[in-house]
Design a protein around this ligand. Structure first.
Ligand code: SF4
Ligand code: SF4
Length: 305
């Protein structure tokens, strides 16, 4: 089983459109949307949700009002000002403490210091993850709650479940729509992958982002290739990206021209290879074939080690 992760230095490079096109071209793949902070692969693939699960990325404290003696110890020890003297009366005191769930970082210190065990420590529900069917095969995706963190943990969970389903259904490829940027979620997206495809575009900002992403994949020793999307909007920068990629030993496996059909396909909730039969489709098919060839090469290299 092979795992291909498609990433970009930032959002808006066309990464998800390319993933959707790959999903249409692949045979027997499992799809995983690990861009959990801004998931949008579902807009193109229209998944039919079969299972929905809560995601817990940490813990949350809460006061059991009946037990609280209002001693204020929780307020003293909390470094995040999350314990507040504003709770309802009980049989012992007129005002008890409560925990502000937004401010609580789930460190557990107050639970430890409460003299009467009046603080519960439960799993915080930070989002949901789903197992769905799409017209191209099973898909794993998630929805993180607003302002919720721990997306790296959720990404790892999505990848793990994608592997489980691939093994169960004897599917030999997992295509991951990775998180953008270079932070914890993207590291969780790429760690241990067989191949990373970086989708970039010819802008100064994207050129800079590609540099940072390349450093990251180099650091984790993950085979990496590059696709320059909308290369013809600035041929000069596209050439500079090609040159820099070569210097970094990153093969440019595809250059895709700007085409308004991509936006039209998005509006029609289709992948570009379903929507268009023009030259753009040929470029994407050629990119896909190069990616598959590179995946085979990486498998051979691994096999000879
Ligand atoms: S430490 Fe426990 S008993 Fe004391 S105020 Fe906080 S919750 Fe109430
Ligand atoms: S769990 Fe930590 S952050 Fe949350 S209220 Fe208790 S001490 Fe504060």
């Amino acid at each position: 089983m092979k795992e291909l992760v498609v990433i970009s230095g930032k959002g808006g490079t066309g990464k998800t459109s390319i993933v959707a096109a790959f999903a249409a071209l692949a045979k027997k793949a499992v799809l995983a949307d690990c861009d959990v902070d801004a998931a949008d692969l579902h807009l193109l693939l229209q998944p039919d949700i079969k299972q929905s699960h809560d995601f817990s990325g940490g813990k949350l404290a809460s006061v059991i009002t009946e037990k609280c003696i209002g001693c204020g110890r929780c307020e003293e020890v909390c470094n995040f000002d999350a314990a507040i003297f504003n709770g309802p009366a009980n049989d012992v005191v007129e005002i008890t403490y409560t925990i502000d769930s937004i401010a609580c970082e789930g460190c557990g210190v107050c639970v430890h210091f409460c003299p009467v065990d009046a603080i519960e420590f439960k799993d915080a529900i930070n989002g949901k993850w789903f197992v769905s069917d799409t017209r191209f095969g099973p898909m794993l995706h998630a929805k993180l709650g607003i302002a919720e963190e721990n997306s790296g943990k959720l990404v790892s969970l999505i990848r793990k479940e994608a592997k489980r389903i691939a093994a169960e259904q004897n599917r030999n490829l997992i295509i991951v729509d990775g998180s953008p940027g270079i932070g914890c979620p993207v590291i969780a997206s790429i760690a241990g992958a067989d191949l990373v495809l970086v989708v970039t575009e010819p802008t100064i900002a994207a050129q800079h982002d590609l540099d940072r992403v390349a450093e990251l994949t180099e650091h984790f020793k993950i085979p990496t290739v590059v696709c320059i999307n909308k290369y013809d909007i600035n041929v000069k920068i596209a050439k500079a990206i090609e040159k820099e990629s070569l210097e970094r030993n990153l093969k440019v496996v595809g250059k895709i021209a700007y085409d308004v059909a991509v936006t039209k396909a998005q509006i029609a909730a289709k992948s570009i290879v379903e929507y268009s039969n023009n030259g753009l489709k040929e470029q994407i098919v050629s990119l896909w074939e190069s990616v598959l060839d590179t995946l085979k090469e990486t498998a051979n290299t691994k096999g000879t080690k």
